[in-house]
Ligand binder design. Structure first.
Ligand code: FE2
Length: 174
């Protein structure tokens, strides 16, 4: 049998989130570039900086385990990125893409939150108190980011965006 211990699973999942955070770094940069709203752009840039810190914390845990930091491709996260790329084929308006990105980022946060909760549970079972502490810090940042994204989404001004009705009016004016 190739894998049978929680310790091995913990390491595996740590590599997975390490890979995910690395992909997220690039995705956040792209979404910041696609944002014209200053608050949203700043939010993505700020979380990108936080993500760099999160990667450092994960590297610390690898070190504590006597392992070198290694990223595993995270198909779950890659799937979310693929979904966003596919959406671009719908040729969304700038405003709609911005709104979409806020929703897509929430999906990513949910994924990360669950990944960290699982890791914390395993680290706790393994008696890795220092790892629990570092993972808790990452989890708290993800939760705060999710809440911020939710607030941005609910305050998003759709009146300027192309609601279907407006689009029709524009078309009929031509
Ligand atoms: Fe993260």
């Amino acid at each position: 049998m190739a894998m049978s211990t929680i310790e091995e699973l913990f390491e595996h999942e740590l590599k997975d989130i390490y890979g995910a955070e690395t992909s997220i770094l690039a995705a956040l940069e792209q979404m910041a570039g696609e944002s014209s709203d200053r608050e949203i752009k700043k939010g993505f840039q700020q979380h990108r900086k936080e993500t760099q810190g999160q990667l450092k914390r994960i590297e610390k845990i690898f070190k504590m385990l006597g392992q070198k930091a290694e990223a595993e491709t995270c198909p779950g996260l890659e799937g979310l990125i693929k979904e966003k790329k596919a959406f671009m084929k719908e040729r969304p308006s700038e405003d709609l893409l911005e709104f979409y990105n806020v929703g897509a980022a929430q999906k990513v946060e949910r994924y990360e939150i669950t990944a960290y909760e699982n890791l914390i549970d395993m680290a706790d079972k393994l008696g890795l108190a220092a790892a629990v502490e570092l993972l808790e810090q990452n989890l708290q940042e993800e939760e705060a980011t999710l809440n911020k994204l939710k607030a941005i989404a609910s305050e998003f001004d759709v009146s300027e965006g192309a609601t279907e009705e407006e689009e029709e009016t524009v078309t009929s004016r031509r």
